[in-house]
Write a protein that binds this ligand. Structure first.
Ligand code: NAD
Length: 508
């Protein structure tokens, strides 16, 4: 064992008492249980290879039990019939517990995902904010009243919880993403079955512990651990489930739409992106370079909002690329447990290979690798790291410009006119986010209005607020999360029409 392993094991032991690894079980009907099959799977830290968790491996029996528990909990009203005030109080207690346990949750988030510990702490803090925001929305649920339909008619529009929601989440922001879904569904009065990614089970399990401590009734939230097949898949077809809320790849999102169509479930999808930023000649190039470097290396580029394509006016392309390359050399890549690290490890060996294959193909097609373009070694760590990479001379037809690389790899494309910049930006199957850099408000607004994206940033990148909705268009998703829409997704609409008085015959 090297020094890093010892530090890691020490950190885990401090957090878990005598255990070296986190033992994660399913949460079904308020009880922590091993899987029906008794099978387990393990997770090793992507930064150093040390085992961090052993988890129950879910199967059909586990999913059945979890859906039944959620169904019963929803149908008997133990949560759905609580007032908005009571729901808000519980969500706020959960937020306080997340704050209390921030260090512990962040540590496991880092151990399993490879993201830097300082970033993980900020994400857990942000997640607590979402639980509070959803709590505030729980007290705002209301419908409409119609008083102008005639003297003998009064009508109301009611908002009611959708029912049982399957939530399936990815590995890149495990705690943050479940916190973009679960508190909003609970605020609406829904019950849930949650499946985290098989690569990052632990922090969702810790969340389950906190929900119990906060006093959430048994069965309202159930957690099943395991893989897309069979667990995720069954969660999207089970007739006892009313809605699927999914964040992950576009390919899996399409499979979920097909699977859930047999029972016509409501589906909400937060999928991939190939997010462009157009940089015009009048932009502040220093500011733009700084934000571009953040946008591409944040979370090692394993981010749906990764700013993976820049489209820069040809006259400033060389200057901007030089600034980006210079900044790339200064970004602290390395040990995720070091508080100074800003970019950590790559999630898996297969993923590292996939990232590299895009760079290899771009080079073969004539693009220039300005910096990086290969795996890097970090002293004392056996894990997987990929060097900060900038590829120039990329053309819109290359896979590196069209597909989600999901790594610290920036593609630089060029344009001559505003129309061309917008055309290149929109020439994508995805439509998650986009950005524009210019000192001219007219240029910014024209780009904003013509960009095919769920979010557009002007002269900034990847700011985010609980108050603002987030979602994608085209193949980046269906529906959106956060803002007031965050709770709307989990509400159905019921119309009530009341005849007043007995003065008129209905028909004959
Ligand atoms: P993934 O699609 O491989 O897996 C996501 C989840 O789906 C996992 O829990 C997995 O076990 C499960 N799953 C796999 N197959 C399934 C099936 N057939 N039915 C049901 N569930 C199944 O995605 P990933 O690699 O974990 O995450 C990376 C992807 O997520 C990227 O494409 C990224 O852009 C996207 N993402 C999007 C957002 C957003 O808000 N738009 C946020 C984060 C990540």
């Amino acid at each position: 064992m090297n020094q890093h392993d010892l530090t890691l094991v020490g950190a885990i032991k401090r957090e878990t008492g005598s255990q070296d690894v986190f033992v994660a079980r399913h949460l079904i009907d308020g009880v922590w249980v091993d899987g029906a099959s008794g099978e387990t799977f393990t997770r090793h830290s992507p930064a150093c290879g040390t085992q961090t968790a052993i988890a129950a491996k879910g199967n059909e029996t586990d999913v059945e039990a979890a859906v039944q528990a959620a169904r019963l909990a929803f149908d008997d009203g133990r949560w759905s019939q609580k007032s908005g005030r009571e729901r808000a109080q519980l969500l706020s207690r959960v937020a306080d517990l997340i704050d209390r346990d921030r260090e512990r949750i962040a540590l496991y988030e880092t151990l399993e995902s490879g993201k830097p510990i300082s970033q993980a702490k900020a994400e857990i803090e942000g997640a607590a904010d979402l639980w509070r925001h959803a709590g505030a929305l729980a007290r705002m649920i209301h419908g409409d009243a119609h008083n102008a339909l005639g003297t003998d008619m009064l009508a109301m529009v009611l908002k009611e919880p959708v029912g049982v929601v399957s939530m399936i989440t990815p590995w890149n922001f495990p705690f943050l993403i479940v916190s973009q879904k679960l508190p909003y569904a609970l605020a609406a009065g829904c019950c849930a079955v949650v499946k985290p990614s098989e690569l990052t089970s632990v922090t969702t399990v810790i969340l389950g512990e906190l929900l119990q401590e906060a006093g959430l009734p048994a069965g309202v939230v159930n957690i099943v651990l395991g893989y897309g097949q069979p667990v995720g898949s069954l969660m999207t077809t089970h007739p006892g489930v009313d809605m699927v809320s999914f964040t992950g790849s576009t390919a899996t999102g399409k499979a979920i739409v097909a699977a859930s169509s047999q029972t016509l479930k409501k589906v909400s999808l937060e999928l991939g992106g190939k997010n462009p930023q157009a940089v015009f000649v009048d932009a502040d190039l220093d500011q733009a370079a700084d934000a571009i470097v953040f946008g591409i290396y944040f979370n090692a580029g394993e981010c749906c909002n990764s700013g993976s394509r820049i489209i820069v006016h040809h006259s400033v392309a060389e200057t901007l690329t030089a600034k980006i390359v210079a900044l790339s050399k200064r970004v602290p890549f390395g040990d995720p447990l070091d508080p100074a690290t800003k970019v950590g490890a790559i999630i898996s060996a297969e993923h590292q290979q996939k990232i590299d294959s895009y760079v290899v193909a771009a080079r073969a097609a004539g693009a220039t690798v300005e910096i990086g373009g290969s795996a890097i070694d970090i002293d004392g760590l056996e894990g997987r790291f990929y060097g900060p990479t900038v590829v120039s001379g990329v053309t819109p037809d290359m896979p590196i410009a069209r597909e989600e690389v999901f790594g610290p790899v920036l593609s630089v494309l060029t344009f001559d006119t505003l129309d061309e910049a917008i055309e290149i930006a929109n020439d994508s199957a995805y439509g998650l986010s986009a950005g524009v850099w210019s000192d001219n408000i007219h240029t910014c607004l024209e780009f904003v209005r013509r960009a095919e994206a769920g979010t557009v940033w002007t002269n900034t990148w990847m700011d985010g607020f609980a108050e603002l909705p987030f979602g994608g268009v085209k193949e980046s998703g269906l529906g959106c999360e956060l803002g007031r829409f965050g709770i709307e997704e989990y509400l159905e609409t019921k119309t009530v029409q009341m005849r007043i008085g007995k003065t008129r015959q209905m028909w004959v």
